[in-house]
Design a protein around this ligand. Structure first.
Ligand code: NDP
Length: 315
């Protein structure tokens, strides 16, 4: 049978390019978890995906009720779940004031980390039931967890501190909106959320790889400077960022190439190792990359896991 893969945020950018790459092989049915049904349908059509290769299901990661509803809908479809790709993200670098999810968590960490944390914990149950030979749970990371690069060192740098803001619920009332308890900074909130993504992947690996055989992985697909992720940025930035990445840092990849990379992590028989953060070199060959000290801190991973469980109502 075909493999079934859920991809969150498959209505644009990396998620869409990955959905297209997998659908084209004829070996995958892609479940597109998207907050805007019409946009997702148009996106799938625009890249030429044919109807029998995808299903769109509503998912708003900024609402835990919606996450639970999505899991219900998926389970009712009767499809087995073989691979989950947590890809969706928001990035709010110019926001002066924080905005919030339905439950009142700061939006970047609430969407990118907490929404995906609940989703992947609930769907793990479904993945365990699947008889697919190479089951994988992938959480898209970022270079910010990778301090041996130029881009990983641009301030504001990620820092989760002692998690006091996260423990308080990131609500701006009786707690800070930032994980480390500091003042709101949209760019830093995004980077912090990506560190949480990479810590979560490793904690999944430690807790569940042996028992389930599922491969847990994260990746940095390269800088895809053309995606909607930068839609909130100032116009001058949006104009200069793609050429800067192309000619100065040389980290630029097209959406198509990045989609092929993520599709490899989903289905390539050679990328089955668990607990790995994948990157690609200039020749587009994959390698196991090193994470920054904070993004590979096992004690912090355990704490983020435990605090997140409480926030999303699993503990
Ligand atoms: P895009 O903005 O193009 O894609 C993000 C997707 O997430 C969109 O489909 C968006 O939906 C979706 N999304 C946002 N909020 C929600 C929500 N509340 N519920 C459901 N879906 C939501 O950006 P990219 O393709 O660049 O980003 C994809 C991933 O790649 C992210 O995890 C990002 O961190 C990562 N990444 C990107 C890099 C880059 O250079 N672009 C570099 C490294 C990592 P909608 O279409 O409705 O807006």
């Amino acid at each position: 049978r075909k493999g079934n893969v859920i991809i969150t945020g498959a209505s644009s950018g990396l998620g869409l390019a990955t959905a297209k790459a997998l659908a084209e092989t004829g070996k995958w049915h892609v479940i597109m978890g998207c907050r805007d049904f019409l946009k997702a349908e148009r996106a799938a059509k625009s890249v030429g995906m044919s109807k029998e290769n995808y299903t769109i299901m509503h998912l708003d990661l900024a609402s835990l009720d919606s996450v639970r509803q999505f899991v219900d809908n998926f389970e009712r479809s009767g499809m087995p779940l073989d691979v989950l790709v947590c890809n969706a993200a928001v990035y709010l670098p110019t926001a002066k004031e924080p905005t919030f999810t339905a439950e009142g968590f700061e939006l970047s960490v609430g969407t990118n980390h907490l929404g995906h944390f609940l989703l992947s914990r609930l769907l793990l149950v479904d993945m365990k039931k699947s008889d697919y030979p190479s089951k994988r749970l992938i959480i898209v990371g970022s270079i910010t967890g990778n301090t041996n690069t130029l881009a990983g060192n641009i301030p504001p740098k990620a820092n989760l501190g002692d998690l006091r803001g996260l423990s308080g619920g990131l609500n701006g009332l009786n707690s800070s909106t930032m994980i480390d308890g500091g003042d709101f900074d949209g760019a830093k909130a995004y980077k912090d959320s990506k560190v949480c993504n990479m810590l979560t992947m490793q904690e999944f690996h430690r807790r569940y790889h042996e028992e389930t055989g599922i491969a847990f992985a994260s990746l940095y697909p390269g800088c895809i400077a053309t995606t909607g992720l930068f839609r909130e940025h100032i116009p001058l930035f949006r104009l200069l960022f793609p050429p800067f990445q192309k000619y100065i840092t040389k980290g630029f990849v097209s959406e198509e190439e990045a989609g092929k990379r993520l599709a490899q992590v989903v289905s390539d028989p050679s990328l089955t190792k668990s607990g790995v953060y994948w990157s690609w070199n200039k020749e587009s060959a994959s390698f196991e990359n090193k994470l920054s000290q904070e993004a590979s801190d096992a004690e912090k991973a355990r704490k983020v896991w435990e605090v997140s469980e409480k926030l999303v109502g699993l503990a």
